[in-house]
Design a protein around this ligand. Sequence first.
Ligand code: COS
Length: 386
Amino acid sequence: MALDTESFGILLSTIQRFVRERLVPAENHLEEHDEVPADIVQDMKDLGLFGLTVPEEYGGIGLSTSQEVLVNYELGQTAAAFRSVFGTNIGIGSQGILMDGTPEQKAHYLPLVASGELVMSFALTEPDAGTDAASLKTRAELDGDHYVLNGTKRFITNAPRAGAFTLMARTGGAGAGGVSSFIVEANSPGLKLGKNDKKMGQRGTQTCDVILEDVRVPAANIIGGVPGQGFKTAMKVLDRGRLNISAFSCGMAARILDESRRYARERKQFGKPIGEFQLIQAMLADSQAELMAAWALVREVAERFDGKPAHVSDPDVSMRVSCAKLFATEMLGRVADRGVQVHGGSGYINEYPVERFYRDARLLRLYEGTTQVQQLIIGRELLRQD
Ligand code: COS
């Protein structure tokens, strides 16, 4: 699945323009009001951003992973909250249906996702199950042709905007084999949202708890129709998600570097632009080299990802995805830190974009699997391979 090269070229330059002319100028609004303006959300729908990865047969644009990482690189060059509006929709919120859903589930949900009519969100994490996702406690008990769900999901991105969740709950015994993925409609009786989380950065993104009290979900809403497959669905979804976070990290690093270059040319100390000092040049050079290395890695892994069927998991590819997530997000952390350093005291002041990017960037090493989770996946797979 991929968009033809010419159409993709046009789409990519439209997105570049949209980021530069529409989103970057709205960053201050986002920071002040903690919300993405409704007219921008509408523009995103009109551009087809909600359906980027949904196949054309379901009304989407049908990007390949190699194309999607290029889009995410562009979207990384502005505040993270903008991508967040539709990022769960085309990413972790709906990919489970796309990868493992029944034909009926795909036919019903994917066209709604592609048009932006339905926002989907991914609900795996719980108060006591973060990194150890397979220990999740949310229960799903069979009652006739429905399951009854009870439990709490935590830090759920886009929950306040979501019309439905891809939600993991326990239908069987302990461990990964007892987990099923459900499609849970947000307006189901008994489903409540917690207060919006107050976060360090990424203003304009919305995350909160999702609380399930005797929520009845049709058994037909188990993704793929077979209980006990939900953990694998979640891991496959996260593989693609992690690659996109890696590309997004590279985009953010590119923007920070751009801001830093500009500042280094304009800011004068000791009678000349600070960019003429070699210690400043060294920071810029390290960031540029690390960014190029990360971006080359992300693109190479994306090609491998496209080389296998989307719904089939390959442990070697998963390991490489984890390498990309680990390296690109850690690289971003270093680039963001140097960006603030190049700006000196101004880098700590909110009106400079680097201050916001520094805070926004911190989350990328945490969500969709911490750096330590990626190390675990890489280490295990290396020891398993011949
Ligand atoms: N694709 C498909 N299947 C996968 C998979 C993948 N990428 N990774 C693991 N699986 C399968 C395994 O093959 C195994 O199947 P079998 O039981 O048939 O052998 C099953 O899933 C359990 O895998 P594993 O034993 O590796 O599970 P662990 O409990 O040890 O979990 C980690 C491993 C820590 C890697 C996993 O829990 C994880 O990724 N945690 C972080 C979760 C996360 O990213 N949360 C962020 C939430 S979204 S913001």
